[in-house]
Structures are given as structure tokens and as C-alpha cells.
Ligand binder design. Sequence first.
Ligand code: PLP
Length: 363
Amino acid sequence: MSHRVYNFGAGPAMLPLPVMERIRDEFLDYHGMGASVIEISHRSKEFQAIQDEAKALLRELAGIPDDYRILFVHGGARMQFAALPLNLAGRSTTKRCLYAETGNFSQLAIKDAQPFADVKVIVSGADSGFRRVPVLDPATIDPSAAYLHLTSNNTVCGTRWQSFPETGGVPLIADQTSEILSRVIDYRKFGVVYAGLQKNLGPSGMAVVIIRQDLLGQAAPHTPLLLNYTQLDKDDSLTNTTNTFAVYVVKCMLEWLKEQGGVAAMERRNEEKAAVLYRALDGSGFYRGFADPSCRSIMNVTFHLPTPELEKQFVKEALAAGLYALEGHRAVGGLRASIYNPMPLAGVEALARFMDEFEQTHG
Ligand SMILES: *Cc1c(COP(=O)(O)O)cnc(C)c1O
């Protein structure tokens, strides 16, 4: 087999080798059709079976209740930043939509919603430099608001909401792009959960939207058809030609996750993986973790070295050692190890060993 690195990229991110091998093996001839999965109609019974299976597995593995609908939508996570207010702001007579500001992607969600809603940021982690997810005072939740949006795992800063606020009758919306299916969550707490596929689920360019049924039917009249969740639900996500390949990869990823024991088993493994790296950070005077320990993500581990020059050198030497894409996001600099579901424990152990050696030679 050709050489493969341990890929710590934040997204598009690594997929498990068995999933990649299966995709390769099925690529030219899907289930004896004599055609590839990317050559068959999105309206064929074979593709319909793929999408049905993907949705059923997602429902089963994530524990999504029956009164929530599952949509596969175009445009990745960021397209939903605009689609959400278009679909839901009308729930409030003043189009008041509440947001928690906890880092880069939450700020983009706020910005993209502004043309379509009366956006109000009710809590912000800016004063901690987004090292902490702030505590949300329930008294700040306007009960007449259309929804409250938060980013459950902050990919750039490496923080996450450890638990989720009670919002009463205001639907809670979570961007779970960088942590979907990595930990057990109670979907009943949420009106909408959505995620771009490219971190824990498959290729880039699409997202999955999990929406409570009673929140459909309220889109603004000028909502583009392909952003209208009600229309997409009516059409079973096939309003136009979907990304058939992406949905197929999601199905393969979910089958793999089921073989791994499901989300609870994966969460335990993810905790263990993250602990290896946080131990390496905490036991060192050389590396400095970015996120406050009370808010640490188990998907994105962010840290700094004493100087930007050493950080450059670290990235370079790590790559030579087969550890790929460790540079931090341009917004915060430093280093970031993204360790989504597919990253094996051996990968984080290799990184921890490398960190130790690097400290000994450069510390
Ligand atoms: C990666 C990421 C996004 C961006 O996803 P796109 O598919 O590129 O739009 C949005 N939100 C979070 C939390 C992310 O991690």
C-alpha cells in the first residue's frame, strides 16, 4: 500500500483506512451494476437505498428521535449560517435571533445571519480571547426569540460546550460540524443540529441538518428553494441533484462507526485520545495549551510553542515524521491537532512521542 500519514488536518479530515479501501473496491462497479456510484441517477432505486440507509444509521447511532427530520443539504456548514435565519427567523415577529459568540465559526454564523434577522449576541467569550466558552445566564434568553444558536465545538480555538443551556421554549440550534457523532448528546435539547460532512462524516461541500418537525413550514417567502428546509424535507433532500458520492461516503462512514461500537464507545476512545495529548501539554513547560482546561475540546487540541520560529520548525519536522497538517488556524496561529473519530490512538501516541523528542532537542 502507498504511504499514508497521520493526518491531523481540521477538515477536510482523514477517513478510516477500511472505509477508503471499501470505497476504492466498490468504485468502478457498485453492487454489480457495472457502473460507479457517481454514475447513477440520484433518483435510481440504488441511490435511494443508499440515502435511506445513511439516514437510518444516523438516526440509530446518534439517537435521533422520530419527530426530527434528517436532511442532506448543499453548501457545507456555512450555507446553513444563512439558511437558518431564512427558515426560522419568522418564528419571532421581530425576527429576533440569539447567538453565542465563542470563536471564529460562531462569528461567521452571526455575520451570515445579519442580513436576514435581528441578530443579538447574548453571550461572548471574546474577553478570554475565546480560550473559554462563557457561562450563559438563562435570564438573558428573550423568550420571544426565534432561536438561540451556538457552536458546540469550536474548531479553531479547541474549546467546546461541556453541557448545553436550558432555553425554555426557545429552540436551541447547534453547529456540531467538528464533533457530530463524537460524543453522546441528547437531541431533545435541540431544535436543530447541523454539521458539515467533512470532519466526522465524509467529503466536503454538504451538510446534514437534523431538525425538529414542528420547526418546518416557517421559511421566509423569499427563501431560495434549495435553502428551504421544508421543501428539502418534502423532496427527501432530492430537490435537485444531490452530491450522491458524499451521501454514499456518509453511509460507509456510519457503517464503520457502528462496527466500532457506536457513539458511546467512540466517545470513550476520543476521551482517551485527547487525554494523551493534554497530558503531554500539561506535563511540559515548553508547550502551552490554548484552551482553558475547563473548556477543552476532545476533537481539536490547540497549543503554542515558545516562539513562532519553533512552531514552524515543529510543523516541518513533524511532517518529515509522517505527522501531517499540524499548523493552527490562521486566526489564532500556533498548532492544532484535530483528532476526529477516524484518528486512531496510535496516531496521537505517535504525536505525543514526537512532542517529547522535539522538546528534548529544541527545549
Ligand atoms: C469546519 C467548520 C465549519 C465550516 O464548514 P464548511 O463546510 O466549510 O462551511 C463551520 N462550523 C464549524 C464548527 C466548523 O468546524
